[in-house]
Design a binder for this molecule. Structure first.
Ligand code: PEP
Ligand code: MG
Length: 328
C-alpha cells in the first residue's frame, strides 16, 4: 500500500474546481517526522508534545524538550509544525506528576487534564513555553493549547509565553521570527464564545475525537460505545457548520485535526462544510489527496447545505451514493 500511495507524494491536493486544500499530518514522536517527506504533506498540523512525557520515566527537563522541538523543526524544514502544549492528565496520567489527591477521578476525560494541569502546575507550562520559544529562534513558532473551555484559559496560557518571551528578550537571546497562537476546539462550550476568542487567535484546530465524545457523552476509549454514534451524524455536522459560521468574520485558519479527517466520507463532509485544512494520520494522506482531486467543491457544498437543512435518514449511505454518482 505504501508503494501505491508513494505515487501521490508529489501530487498537489487541488480540487477539480481549483481549490488548494491543506493536508498536514499528526505526529508525536521524532520518528513520525520523516512521514512528512514520505507523504509530501504540507506540515505537521498537530504535534502532540505529551508523547515525550509519556515515554519518559521522569519529567523531561527543559533542555531535553528544547532539543526535541529543535530537531522536529529542523527535520520539517520550511514546512510548519503546530506544537500542542501538553495534554496530560486524565487517562494520560504521569506517574511522576502526582495527579492523585487520594480520590482518583471518575471521569478522567473530563477531569484534571491538558491546560487545566498546565495552568495549575505553572512550572511545567513555563518550562515548555521557554523550550518552544528557544527552539523556534529565527523561525515561526506555531503553538496551540488543548482543551480550552473558556477564553480566559487561552489568555492565561498565552501570558505564560509572553512572560517567557520578555525574559528571553531581556537576556538578548535570539527570538522566534513570528509566533502564531491557536486554540483547540474540543470542548463544546467554546463554540459559543468564539466571538470573544477568535480575535486573539491565528488559528483554531478542531479536535473531533474529544469534541465528539463530549457532544454525545460517549467515552471515546470505550469499545462498547464505538458504534453508538457516527461522525456523519447531523448533530456533529451542524455543530461544525455553526463553528465555521461563528468564525467566518475573523482572520482565523480553521483546521480539523481529529481522526475524522483521515476517513474518506468524513473528509468529504468536512470539505462540504467549508473546511479547507486537515491534519490527519500519515497513512491517510495519499488516499485523501486522490479524493480531493476528484471533488467539485461548489457542487459538494450545495449538496451539504441541503443535507444540513434536511438530514437524510442515513447520511453515510447518502454521501456514498453521491460520491459514486460524482465519480469519487
Ligand atoms: C482530538 O481530541 O480530536 C485531538 C486531536 O486530540 P487527542 O486525540 O490528542 O485528544
Ligand atoms: Mg483531544
Amino acid at each position: 500500500r505504501q508503494a501505491v500511495w508513494a505515487g501521490m507524494r508529489d501530487v498537489e491536493p487541488i480540487t477539480a474546481d481549483g481549490t488548494r486544500i491543506t493536508v498536514m499530518i499528526n505526529a508525536g514522536l521524532r520518528d513520525d517526522v520523516p512521514m512528512l517527506n514520505l507523504t509530501g504533506a504540507d506540515g505537521i498540523g498537530l504535534y502532540r508534545t505529551e508523547f515525550q512525557f509519556l515515554v519518559s520515566a521522569t519529567l523531561p527537563q527543559r533542555e531535553r524538550q528544547t532539543r526535541l522541538y529543535r530537531e522536529v523543526l529542523e527535520a520539517a524544514g520550511n514546512r510548519p509544525v503546530v506544537f500542542r502544549t501538553v495534554d496530560i492528565g486524565g487517562d494520560k496520567a504521569l506517574p511522576y506528576l502526582n495527579h492523585d489527591d487520594g480520590h482518583g477521578e471518575e471521569n478522567p476525560a473530563m477531569g484534571w487534564r491538558a491546560l487545566r494541569v498546565a495552568l495549575e502546575r505553572g512550572g511545567l507550562m513555563k518550562a515548555q513555553a521557554r523550550a518552544l520559544l528557544e527552539a523556534s529562534a529565527g523561525r515561526t513558532l506555531n503553538v496551540m493549547f488543548p482543551m480550552v473551555s473558556e477564553p480566559w484559559e487561552f489568555d492565561a496560557a498565552k501570558a505564560v509565553f509572553d512572560q517567557q518571551l520578555a525574559w528571553l528578550k531581556g537576556q538578548k537571546k535570539m527570538l522566534p521570527e513570528a509566533i502564531r497562537y491557536g486554540a483547540m476546539l474540543e470542548v463544546p462550550a467554546l463554540a459559543e464564545v468564539l466571538d470573544i476568542l477568535a480575535p486573539k487567535l491565528s488559528f483554531l484546530s478542531i479536535g473531533t475525537n474529544d469534541l465528539t465524545q463530549f457532544l454525545f457523552a460517549a467515552d471515546r476509549s470505550n469499545p462498547k460505545l464505538a458504534e453508538r454514534y457516527d461522525w456523519l451524524s447531523p448533530s456533529i455536522l451542524r455543530f461544525l457548520k455553526r463553528v465555521m459560521n461563528n468564525v467566518a468574520g475573523y482572520k482565523v485558519d480553521v483546521t480539523v485535526c481529529g481522526e475524522m479527517g483521515g476517513r474518506r466520507l468524513e473528509a468529504l463532509a468536512l470539505m462540504g462544510l467549508g473546511i479547507r485544512r486537515l491534519s490527519i494520520t500519515p497513512v491517510a494522506v495519499g488516499p485523501l489527496k486522490e479524493l480531493i482531486r476528484k471533488v467539485n467543491l461548489p457542487e459538494l457544498t450545495a449538496q451539504m447545505d441541503l443535507w444540513l437543512a434536511n438530514p437524510p435518514a442515513d447520511m453515510r449511505s447518502a454521501l456514498t451514493r453521491w460520491a459514486c454518482e460524482h465519480g469519487i
